[in-house]
Design a protein around this ligand. Structure first.
Ligand code: 5GP
Length: 219
């Protein structure tokens, strides 16, 4: 996939948006996210704060901002998060300041969060949020994608399937739903959604001045 950013929509000033991609695991969210970041220079991943330990290969400030629980709790108290949650015994939060500043300058942010994070973000920043949900093409295909190794036990696969189906049950909390049958087609659809959402009138904050110019009476 080419890494050159496409020509930007137009020369008008535009407010950025919060682009949420959710899916059950096995529906291709990670691949689509990576492609989008490589393809488009105007969207960046939102980097969350977390209390979970750093994994090998992770970089502080790139994958997450790693911190401890007391610091996280202080940030919650100070209202520094747009949303936050406890996931698998650790705390995760989206820092507010970087998002607020970025949106003003036309920066878009990509979020890889589940339906609960999506709901919270929507409640806090409804007009800036675009919610996209990816679905697997069939139950058989989902099972195939969740069977990582031939040695996976029936119990392990069943529990992954149950988790995926619980996530799927929240499909109706999204603005767009894309069935990922073919990764290239799915990616093209996600790119189209982003392009159209950038052109929403309310996001084109430079329009008023521009249109005023167009409507100046000719002498
Ligand atoms: P991991 O620790 O494997 O990177 O992420 C575990 C889970 O935490 C994932 O489901 C991920 O979507 C979620 N997560 C990561 N950052 C945030 C965040 O800022 N807010 C919320 N609500 N969930 C997050």
């Amino acid at each position: 996939m080419a890494s050159t950013p496409p020509p930007h929509d137009d020369a008008l000033h535009r407010r950025g948006l919060l682009f949420i991609l959710s899916s059950p695991s096995g529906a291709g969210k990670t691949t689509i996210s990576r492609r989008l970041l490589a393809h488009d220079g105007h969207i960046q991943m939102s980097v969350s704060v977390t209390t979970r330990p750093m994994r090998p290969g992770e970089v502080d400030g790139k994958d997450y901002y790693f911190t401890d629980q007391p610091d996280f709790d202080t940030k919650v108290r100070d209202g520094q998060f747009l949303e936050w949650a406890h996931v698998f015994g650790h705390s995760y939060g989206t820092p507010k300041a970087q998002i607020k500043a970025g949106l003003k300058t036309g920066q878009d942010f990509l979020f890889d969060i589940d339906w609960q994070g999506t709901q919270q973000l929507y409640q806090k920043a409804e007009t800036d949020v675009v919610r996209v949900f990816l679905l697997p093409p069939s139950l058989d295909e989902l099972r195939r994608r969740l069977t990582a190794r031939a040695t996976d036990s029936a119990e392990v696969i069943a529990s992954r399937m149950a988790r995926a189906q619980a996530e799927i049950s929240h499909w109706d909390g999204y603005d767009y739903v894309v069935v990922n049958d073919d990764i290239d087609v799915c990616f093209a659809k996600v790119v189209q959604i982003l392009a159209a959402e950038r052109l929403r009138r309310a996001r084109q904050t430079g329009l008023i001045g521009f249109v005023r110019e167009l409507m100046k009476p000719e002498i």
